[in-house]
Design a protein around this ligand. Structure first.
Ligand SMILES: O=C(O)CCC(=O)C(=O)O
Length: 389
């Protein structure tokens, strides 16, 4: 089974270039690239993933493999779960879907949250608590399957179950696995990577993704209005169809949360990201004004992060969120990030109305052919660092 998957035409290019940029998978995985990806390299990737399944499951071992360890510790040697909680703004989406006398105030709150935090918690967002629970449950049921069944969805490419690519040999490994699936447009879905089990996995993800498409448009329109712009401007700029992908994260417990990271610090190469957190186990940390903070778990709220594309489009009015995923010493943690991406053909640049003499364009136009998320991930830099003029 493994070799059938490895031989799939989309995987080879994906691992080296476009882990979080699915359009490249479709546009650029040429047959010559496929041919040049040696069977030996593919087998090595498969073995490395299987090793990681074993290593991450070996909880309690005092001797963690060195490749997961951040030698200076995560929080300067102190327990990262003693960091303070962030006072993250909470936005009631009902004020945007059903305008009221308080809508103006909520828009102002939205603008302030994105300008100073780059994230917010959203409530009354139209996704029922029951569906949120189902989403978490189907992923946990997938994780509980025997290894062989999970490996049927294994991939070294963009879509499927696996680990993020390592772009250098010396890069510290993340203490996590992920299942990534493009959810819309539907033509871009690669159904062979959608788990067959549990039986309702596909239906639940489809339902969740349909709701998030609606929410996505509501939020981008509200963001535009909060900047006194035409409500459709962000949607126009990111182009049709909106590409959304789901990234389920699994963080097994680890005895040394002070030394390993579930996900290294990064900002998302997205327009916006909706993050469904684990219902009980905390793990998201965000950087604000140079200091790391913990994000509290609020079971039915979604975290909305501004991505790098939104920062560029808004000419820096909104800040992309720099964040990381922590691991718990005793309990496993899951999360689901649903990411929206801008049109790969046109790239992104600041919206004209936000550029003037007083505030010239802060970012050059970014064409994603030039850059890849993992090149930044590797170096601890961000797309924003490079796009700033
Ligand atoms: O699990 C989390 O809380 C963070 C997830 C995340 O940052 C991501 O998927 O990009």
């Amino acid at each position: 089974m493994l070799y059938t998957l490895i031989g799939n035409s989309s995987t080879p290019f994906a691992i080296c270039q476009c882990a979080w940029f699915p359009w490249k998978l479709h546009n650029r995985a040429s047959s010559s690239q496929v041919a040049s990806h040696s069977r030996a390299a593919a087998a090595a990737a498969a073995n490395s993933f299987m090793d990681s399944l074993t290593e991450l499951a070996a909880v309690g071992g005092e001797n963690l493999p060195a490749k997961y360890i951040h030698p200076d510790g995560i929080n300067g040697g102190k327990d990262p779960f003693l960091l303070p909680f962030i006072d993250i703004p909470v936005i009631d989406v009902g004020h945007f879907t059903t305008p009221s006398t308080d809508t103006g105030k909520e828009l102002e709150k939205l603008r302030a949250a994105l300008s100073s935090y780059g994230c917010l918690l959203i409530i009354n967002h139209g996704v029922e608590s029951l569906l949120l629970d189902k989403v978490r449950t189907v992923f946990k049921q997938f994780l509980a399957l025997p290894k062989e069944q999970k490996l049927e969805c294994w991939t070294e490419g963009f879509q499927g179950y696996g680990s993020d690519p390592l772009v250098t040999d010396v890069m510290v490994h993340d203490w996590s696995h992920r299942l990534r699936l493009i959810t819309c447009p539907e033509e871009m879905r690669q159904m062979k990577y959608w788990p067959e089990n549990p039986k309702n996995f596909k239906e639940v993800l489809h339902e969740y993704s349909t709701k998030l498409q609606v929410l996505h448009d509501v939020m981008l329109k509200a963001m535009a209005k909060s900047l006194k712009l035409d409500e459709s401007v962000f949607l126009r700029m990111i182009g049709e169809p909106v590409i959304m992908s789901a990234r389920f994260n699994f963080y097994p417990p680890c005895p040394r949360p002070d030394q390993v990271l579930g996900l290294k610090p990064h900002s998302d190469g997205t327009v916006i990201t909706f993050l469904l957190q684990d219902k009980e186990v905390e793990g998201l940390q965000v950087l604000k004004d140079g200091q790391w903070f913990r994000v509290p778990v609020i079971p039915d709220a979604l975290v909305l992060n501004a991505g790098e594309h939104l920062e560029i489009l808004s000419n820096g009015e909104f800040k992309s969120l720099y964040h990381r995923g922590m691991v718990d010493s005793e309990r496993e943690r899951v999360s689901l990030a649903v990411l929206s991406l801008s049109n790969p053909q046109s790239g992104v640049e600041p919206i004209e109305e936000l550029v003037n003499e007083e505030r010239p364009s802060l970012y050059r136009k970014v064409i994603y052919e030039e850059t890849t998320h993992f090149d930044y991930y590797k170096s601890g830099r961000t797309l924003i660092d490079d796009a700033r003029v």
